[in-house]
Design a protein around this ligand. Sequence first.
Ligand SMILES: Cc1cc2nc3c(=O)[nH]c(=O)nc-3n(C[C@H](O)[C@H](O)[C@H](O)COP(=O)(O)OP(=O)(O)OC[C@H]3O[C@@H](n4cnc5c(N)ncnc54)[C@H](O)[C@@H]3O)c2cc1C
Length: 494
Amino acid sequence: MSKKIVIIGGGIGGLSAGIYALKAGYEAEIYEKNHIAGGECMGWNRKDCHIDNCIHWLTGTDSSTSLWQVWNTLGAIDKNTEYAKTNKFYTSRLDGKEATLWKDLDRTEKELIALSPEDEAEIRKLIQHVRYAESCTIPVDKPMDMMKLGDYIKMGKSMADMPKVMKEYGKIDLNELGARFHSPLLRKLMTDYLPADYTAYSFLVSYATITSGNGEIPLGGSLAMTNRIIERFKKMGGKLFTNTPVKNIIVENGTAKGIELESGEKVTADEVISAVDMSFLYGKLLDSSYTPKDWAAAYNNSKSYPVISGFQVAYVTDDTFSGKDTIFFECAPINIGKRSFERVYVKNYGYDKSFAPEGKTVIQTNIMQTDEDYLYWKSLSGDEYKAKKQELAAEVTARVLKEFPELEGKLTMLDCWTPLTYERYCHAYHGGYMAFTTTPTTKKLKCNGTVKGLKNLYIAGQWIMSPGGLPVAAASGKFAVQRILKKEKRDIYI
Ligand SMILES: Cc1cc2nc3c(=O)[nH]c(=O)nc-3n(C[C@H](O)[C@H](O)[C@H](O)COP(=O)(O)OP(=O)(O)OC[C@H]3O[C@@H](n4cnc5c(N)ncnc54)[C@H](O)[C@@H]3O)c2cc1C
């Protein structure tokens, strides 16, 4: 009889583990606390509209990459997948001027130089390094700790230009990158999209994913993609238990033997894969004594190990809002706790006609939130929280209408949500929707996908590798199964 693998959490990491486990010939069962699987790769409906809340870009849409193979194995995309026809990354506005990062790098270079001739040298350098960063790939063939010298040489060759990017932009954060430019608008362009303490190279790699055509948005959005993956898992014979929260992992004599559900029911397993947020694994599913020292220290030091989340508002508008994609703009301060925000973005989802009835468009705003904001939200009582959400949403609406007066009388709010929503829905640490932010000064935390002192327990999910995100989650499930195969001395290439 084949081994039974029990997977905790049905996000992309857990679903990937399930599909690869089945592919390797194991039985796979996924236990998910929510009524549907998908975790943070999610979307929901309000007032005949669909709020798509994950994929801004899906790294791995270039079919020549190994990551595409992983997505294809998961049933997420195939050669016939249609992608949104977008031609830019985003636009920043300041003092009546706009700067755009186009998919077409030549166009970006030309326009930015025209906007700020005195920054020409810095702009040319940046664009050149974005071209270099197009070679950056996430290693997905096997976990890094299983790689041999030959694998590293192969990876080094395929990413030959990345060291140049790291040399120039690996040790500075986005604030420092912005400060290299004279133009206040270009400074904003550098710091608008990602948190300002992110390493500058992360921003170049993100933009390069778009310019290289390896970061498209599959039509139908996040939920549709998640559903395709769930369907693949079930078709292969996997069992998915939704509305089934797991209480803890059963450990006997240093070995994971199965799981206990919140209902009290016990499920035995030959191997257990945890695909929930790492803080939930260590704080709740397992005794906290299993937490590695460096991870415990990171959880106590959010200054060095920050996460990002968002205060988000979704609207439907009667206007097509055409020509406007993702636009960051300056506004009168919005206060959340002790912090004040003066830049907001509006993202136009008009690229996907399935998200709104004809003639209407869904737009979303996001004010990026940090650990400090999370703690503020957490300090509120239930009633205060509800009131603050509505109050802030009204403030955001007023700022949007001031910036886009053409939307006056045409904007209906669909929903708004905060870092606490991610905590409630996914048990996400501090409401973060990526792993720890990659800053130039912090030591990267390592995770070799196992828990010290415990046999038969493996870790999947985006937390295994910074900065997380969908590609890491997808690869993590494959890696967890490869670790089991290696233990059994079987071929790990599945
Ligand atoms: C607004 C937003 C935009 C994003 N944009 C992008 C993007 O453009 N590109 C990109 O690559 N990534 C993006 N991401 C990040 C991406 O969504 C995540 O990296 C990814 O979905 C994480 O997958 P995961 O499986 O590791 O974790 P999760 O999705 O958190 O999955 C964990 C699962 O475990 C379940 N669970 C938790 N506790 C239990 C329990 N006790 N019992 C049973 N089940 C449990 C949860 O309900 C959840 O389903 C975005 C995320 C958000 C929110």
